[in-house]
Design a protein around this ligand. Structure first.
Ligand SMILES: Cc1cc2nc3c(=O)[nH]c(=O)nc-3n(C[C@H](O)[C@H](O)[C@H](O)COP(=O)(O)O)c2cc1C
Length: 181
């Protein structure tokens, strides 16, 4: 029988995947107070398979990094309470043999809209006709402020270590956020 590449196993680094179908990170905007809720247990475990990769929705590093108005109710990973709230979600995925990565992010130009968001640029997000929120002009980070933002990722990574998630993936926009500065 002809083998289907998508369903064949592969190995990347220390990870062995039984197939190549991946749950892409999908922001759900249901983590009220930046805490994963119990319905996330069902959501992620339903999508977990033995040896399959799931990437969790974008998860905030410490608090001023959240997309408050434009992307509300995203989970975070900077307090012990958040770690505790993630635990049953991770356990449920692991119970089904799933490999669970967490995507950590800083919402940059769309973070903390009430105040002045920080970014690698002072250009606001361009509005298109579907948008209902005006994005403020962000404050361009000074070079000496960058280590503080990097430190937010370190704090989140330490929290994830406590959680023993299987992997860690940082959000691509954050990478450009740093490299443009
Ligand atoms: C509702 C929604 C939420 C999303 N949330 C995230 C997210 O949290 N992190 C991310 O990197 N991409 C996010 N994406 C992008 C999806 O992961 C992306 O659409 C998916 O990988 C498919 O790629 P494509 O849109 O280029 O076909 C989101 C997309 C949608 C539609």
């Amino acid at each position: 029988m002809e083998s289907i590449a998508l369903l064949s196993p592969c190995e990347i680094g220390r990870f062995r995947f039984s197939h190549r179908i991946v749950l892409a990170p999908l922001t759900r905007s249901r983590s009220y107070g930046n805490l994963p809720q119990s319905h996330a247990i069902l959501y992620y475990s339903q999508r977990a398979t033995e040896g399959g990769l799931l990437i969790a929705e974008a998860t905030g590093v410490p608090s001023d990094a959240q997309g408050m108005s434009l992307i509300p109710h995203t989970p975070g990973i900077w307090t012990k309470e958040q770690v505790e709230a993630w635990k049953p979600v991770v356990d449920a995925v692991h119970a089904k043999g799933g490999i669970f990565f967490c995507q950590i992010w800083h919402a940059g130009r769309v973070s903390d809209m009430e105040k002045e968001p920080i970014s690698s640029t002072d250009k606001p997000v361009e509005k298109n006709e579907d948008d209902h929120v005006d994005c403020p002009i962000p404050r361009c980070l000074a070079v000496e402020e960058i280590p503080n933002v990097v430190n937010h990722f370190r704090v989140a990574a330490e929290m994830l270590w406590m959680l023993v998630l299987t992997g860690l993936k940082s959000m691509v926009p954050m990478v450009s956020f740093l490299s443009n500065s």
